[in-house]
Design a protein around this ligand. Structure first.
Ligand code: ZN
Length: 111
């Protein structure tokens, strides 16, 4: 599969990254500027909305503390994974069609 050229994240992509980071990490000035400067690449053809952060956030330091979130009723999980040394957001639909990044995270439980 051909990879998309790195681009600025959409508002939804930025929101899911911020949602998946623990509040104490999100408060860090360094993390804030990394999120501001990050580029992303879509790595999905199924419509789930998963994407890789190609520069900006350090996978090694964040994977250990990242939060996984899930919505049991709708059968969706979201979390960070390591993708060849980069940080990626993986969104999985266990039930029903992939619908991309959910618009509202209020129904999600966090680990
Ligand atoms: Zn997908």
């Amino acid at each position: 599969m051909e990879r998309e050229t790195p681009r600025s994240p959409t508002e939804a992509e930025r929101a899911v990254v911020e949602f998946l980071l623990p509040p104490e990490i999100l408060r860090s000035q360094a993390i804030q500027s990394q999120i501001h400067a990050m580029s992303v690449q879509s790595n999905c053809t199924c419509g789930c909305g998963s994407f890789t952060i190609v520069n900006g956030l350090d996978a090694d330091s964040l994977l250990t503390s990242a939060i996984e979130a899930w919505d049991a009723a709708r059968g969706i999980s979201m979390g960070f994974i390591s993708a060849g040394g980069s940080l990626a957001v993986e969104i999985t639909y266990f039930a029903g069609e992939s619908e991309g990044i959910p618009e509202d995270f209020s129904s999600f439980e966090r680990a």
